[in-house]
Design a protein around this ligand. Structure first.
Ligand code: ZN
Length: 366
């Protein structure tokens, strides 16, 4: 009897302690930029790629736009928001030349397994195809969607239509708008009406993948109108342009995606619902090869394409800028996002640990 009583005290004590883990973050914006390399993130445009006629049609134009002999100016020319605002107020991980490493844990190094890992917090060897179908795994958003606080307040906008399966929309009940789906349920909104129509009035250059500009504007308008607690924007063009060997388009896409982030963050920080209560996490699903030929590809046969990166800005994340040590994995984001919102995310499979530094904790601190 005494023993049970003592256990009850311990139990209630630990519950209280868990409840005391207060964070400032109340909303999460997750952004993925498909197959965008750490090499361009940290070094800016590659001069040998720019002047490779196979990869860039108009080298002078590309050079003028993105080249600078000074590395920090060069990467800022490509990604002004990341190297301005995020570097000054957040944390950026994955510069291998400076000693900070980020990798995927899954053995495949392509998209569906990569997104499964980001969203569930573990690599699943069964998930081995981009046409895998409905994901059997329950991820962090689906679990959050079961809580009263977050139910119906999580939205995904994705350019690639596989996201309905990656997030198993049917089972999870999560709102997933991908491919060329129209936004339903918001009436008398001119912007949404235009976006719903224009997505099928543009060239279908990636064969079934929506252009990122449409995905972004849809997600941004939804954020303004519906105020979701979690918004996930999954962009795709960087991967498709790279597969097509179009380096200047790949750079241009990364450049205007950086501006999407800038627009989002400026709006978030000027809106009382979100200001100083929102964390934005930006990452990718896989890396790419290194040389001018290998860069076009990724997958387990392409060396280095398991190498990734991530960047974070938000009220719980201390300003540290470019990180210069540590080994991190894409399986850590799920638990980190939950922890930022004050939840402890567990799964029947072991998940990657929350990233202490993002939460403003020293290593191992509770
Ligand atoms: Zn790809």
């Amino acid at each position: 009897m005494k023993k049970i009583f003592l256990q009850l005290i311990i139990l209630s004590l630990s519950v209280t302690l868990m409840g005391q883990t207060k964070t400032k973050t109340q909303n999460i914006i997750l952004v993925t930029i498909d197959g965008f390399r750490w090499q361009e993130l940290f070094n800016g445009a590659d001069s040998s790629f720019i002047h490779n006629k196979q990869l860039v049609k108009n080298p002078d134009k590309c050079d003028k736009k993105y080249w600078n002999d000074n590395l920090s100016e060069r990467r800022k020319a490509l990604l002004p928001f990341i190297w301005g605002t995020v570097a000054a107020q957040g944390q950026i991980y994955g510069n291998r030349t400076k000693g900070c490493f980020v990798n995927v844990k899954n053995p495949y190094w392509f998209s569906f397994p990569g997104y499964n890992e980001i969203l569930t917090g573990f690599a699943d060897v069964r998930v081995n195809s981009n046409e895998f179908g409905p994901n059997p795994n329950v991820g962090v958003f689906e679990m959050m969607n079961k809580s009263a606080e977050f139910n119906g307040r999580i939205a995904t906008f994705a350019s690639w239509d596989a996201f309905n399966d990656i997030l198993n929309e049917k089972r999870s009940g999560l709102m997933v708008n991908s491919g060329f789906e129209k936004i339903k349920g918001i009436d008398n909104d001119n912007k949404i009406e235009v976006l719903n129509n224009i997505q099928t009035e543009l060239p279908d250059i990636f064969d079934g993948v929506r252009l990122d500009g449409v995905t972004f504007n849809m997600g941004f308008e939804y954020l303004k109108v519906k105020n979701p607690r979690i918004l996930y924007l999954a962009f795709d063009e960087t991967d498709d342009f790279a597969h097509g060997g179009k380096y200047s388009d790949y750079l241009n896409s990364a450049h205007y995606t950086d501006d999407f982030l800038n627009q989002l963050w400026n709006w978030v920080q000027s809106n009382p619902v979100y200001k100083d209560k929102t964390t934005m996490l930006i990452t990718c699903d896989h890396g790419r090869g290194e040389g001018p030929v290998e860069w076009r590809s990724h997958g387990s046969k392409t060396a280095h394409s398991d190498q990734t990166w991530f960047a974070v800005i938000g009220p719980d994340t201390p300003t540290m800028g470019e990180m210069t040590e540590g080994q991190y994995y894409n399986n850590q984001y799920a638990k980190t996002m939950a922890a930022l919102l004050g939840f402890d995310y567990q799964n029947e499979n072991p998940v990657g640990q929350a990233i202490d530094m993002v939460l403003g904790k020293k290593m191992g601190e509770k």
